[in-house]
Ligand binder design. Structure first.
Ligand SMILES: [Zn+2]
Length: 433
């Protein structure tokens, strides 16, 4: 008893008791547009119909809390730029802002802080790598639309004379290899290995490296020959970061970028394929944490997209069998249609079930108006699976927070999205909350 109180006194005197566990590695994963209906939908989509129970997913295993996402204006509905700025810097901003506050002052990001601490830094996405979410960790711009200027910051915002990010995997060649400036060449001049085809992923053997595998975003998972491209890139990133063996550890940001894009497109099968690749990536990280417990993983979303609901009429059903049978995205399906197309046959081939006569007629009526044809295809396909969409934009519902590894307890319960970033920062600094 005496010994214990002596230890307690020593501990209080040294302040060791009050410091937080300091993770060596920090992995921050963002499912763009991944509101609660997406993780719920994913659970049912993955359910094994042969068993009585509904199997849980990686999201169910790691759930710790929720977060509000409202931007620094009076709309409550955030875009990806304002939310990414909040998640990257801990400060709210206006919709469209990249790494700056409402007064247009540049904000330091978690990634920049990690680099200053001597950590290796990495970004892995399926969008162009200068898209709003990854951009907010590196660049400062008054508008997410200034894509060339934002790409420039990936080279121009240096720490100790070198680019801030040691590993970049994603898309966006057209913004990095431009006629006015070849940023890829500039990265190579800094000693970066580079690759421009996802098949070359295995040829990247050490940091620093940049792999941009498409002109803009990577192909949608549902339409891709390599649907597990995010999980493959995640594995690669962890291998390279481990090989680098930096004594200060690493900061890795991974984005499931296109969950949002499928949500904007109101295409549930497209969204579930993106969710699957994102979930697999989280499982890759989960395994890494088992072997490297000195790692913090935080997963969240920047907002929800589409007002997705898992039922649309008074019918009490949401049909994952219909969702699972869809072979390509609605956009890719519309791309197949020309004047001579046999619509009924093509639908059966790509969706796995026949169209009812009134749905066939509705689609045929709009064959000459691509926009109207797309909207009709959304309505028709949503009707069969009984999926609901209220908007082709974002909605204001809270998102979930998932965490694992060292310090994950800090993210329990409700928090604002700025608090997620602030808490990661406190953990990185080993400071008390
Ligand atoms: Zn969006």
């Amino acid at each position: 008893m005496k010994k214990l109180s002596l230890l307690l006194l020593l501990c209080l005197a040294s302040q060791a008791c009050q410091t937080q566990p300091r993770p060596r590695n920090v992995i921050f994963m963002i499912g763009d547009g991944m509101g609660p209906a997406y993780t719920t939908g994913y659970r049912y989509y993955k359910d094994n119909p042969q068993t009585e129970i509904v199997e849980t997913t990686v999201f169910d295993r790691l759930l710790v809390g929720t977060a509000s996402t409202y931007p620094d204006d009076d709309t409550y509905v955030t875009d990806s730029a304002a939310s990414a700025t909040a998640l990257a810097t801990g400060v709210k901003s206006y919709n469209g802002a990249i790494g700056i506050d409402a007064a247009h002052q540049p904000l330091d990001s978690l990634l920049k802080h990690a680099k200053r601490q001597g950590k290796d830094t990495a970004i892995v996405v399926t969008s162009e790598i200068n898209h709003a979410t990854p951009a907010s960790f590196v660049a400062h711009n008054e508008s997410r639309r200034n894509k060339d200027a934002i790409a420039d910051h990936f080279i121009d915002n240096k720490i100790d004379g070198r680019p801030m990010v040691d590993l970049l995997l994603g898309g966006g060649q057209q913004y990095f290899a431009r006629s006015d400036r070849n940023l890829l060449q500039e990265f190579e001049n800094f000693g970066y290995q580079s690759g421009n085809n996802i098949q070359q992923l295995q040829e990247l053997t050490q940091l620093p490296a940049i792999g941009l595998f498409a002109d803009t975003g990577l192909p949608r998972a549902i339409d891709s020959d390599t649907p597990q491209r995010l999980s493959n890139m995640t594995e690669k990133a962890l291998r390279l970061l481990q090989k680098s063996n930096n004594k200060s550890g690493f900061f890795l940001m991974i984005e499931g970028s296109q969950i949002d894009w499928c949500g904007h497109a109101n295409d549930i099968a497209c969204a579930m394929h993106e969710m699957d690749d994102f979930a697999r990536s989280i499982e890759v990280v989960e395994k890494f944490i088992q072997d490297n417990p000195d790692t913090l993983l935080v997963v969240t979303a920047d907002h929800s997209t589409g007002g997705l609901s898992l039922a649309a009429t008074k019918d009490y059903r949401w049909q994952t069998d219909i969702v699972s049978m869809q072979k390509r995205s609605l956009a890719a399906f519309i791309g197949l249609l020309n004047e001579d197309a046999d619509l009924a046959t093509l639908w059966q081939e790509n969706f796995g079930y026949p169209l009812e006569p009134q749905d066939l007629a509705a689609l045929q009526e709009n064959m000459n108006d691509r926009r109207a044809l797309y909207d009709t295809a959304v309505k028709v396909s949503s009707k069969y699976s009984n999926t609901g969409w209220t908007t082709s934009g974002h909605d204001a519902v809270d998102v979930q927070v998932f965490a694992s590894g060292k310090g994950h307890e800090l993210f329990r319960g409700f928090q604002d999205n700025t608090m997620i970033s602030q808490r990661i920062l406190l953990l990185m600094d080993g400071k008390p909350l």
